[in-house]
Design a protein around this ligand. Sequence first.
Ligand code: GDP
Length: 207
Amino acid sequence: MTEPSGDNPLVIRKLEFLGGMAAVGGWRPEGTLPEIAFAGRSNVGKSSLLNRLVGRKKMARVSKTPGRTREINFFRVNDHFVLADLPGYGYAKVSKTQKAEWRPLLEGYIEKTPQLAGVVQLLDMRREPSEDDAAMLDLLAELGMPTIVVLTKSDKLSRKAVTERADSIARSLLLDPEQTIPFSAVTGEGRDDLAAAIMSAVSATSP
Ligand code: GDP
């Protein structure tokens, strides 16, 4: 990578795909490093965010491979922490029963991963948080899990609307607006703030 490392809190030196976990109790990589998981509904912009965060296309391409979209895909970053890309939930076009399928895997993963250092929860800035979004955030709060709320697609709104939406979403979810990070995969807004928040969560759990 030729990226300057001056102010970049997370310079990617090494990125390895470790594999996918399809079911609770199924295969998963050994849990010696702290993990950071990424959650959000389908189409929220998770792949685009991950590409922007790590500066490589390879990663999200793996998670979008047919057969892997319903798995938790694990990547080791700089031999320092593991990034877990959780399957997108709540796709509007599937039935109610299918819709609920994501829950056991995500809940099981979160509850059974003691080395989980934090969850990055993605919300589309332009939309109201869905019931599934609220359920995820409730679960994370119940578990006392450090949660970084990222508001995606900020480039689609004016500057004024970004502030207004961030305030309004934070209010409806009982969060401090300071806890949310507006993010754009197009302009790169929020990338370094997110990287810094991730590094801070990782170092809080590192031995
Ligand atoms: P995923 O299903 O959560 O992985 O979402 P994707 O990353 O595939 O993005 C879904 C759609 O939203 C695609 O058409 C992206 O091009 C678009 N998108 C994602 N992030 C952004 C963003 O920051 N800005 C804009 N304008 N579009 C975005």
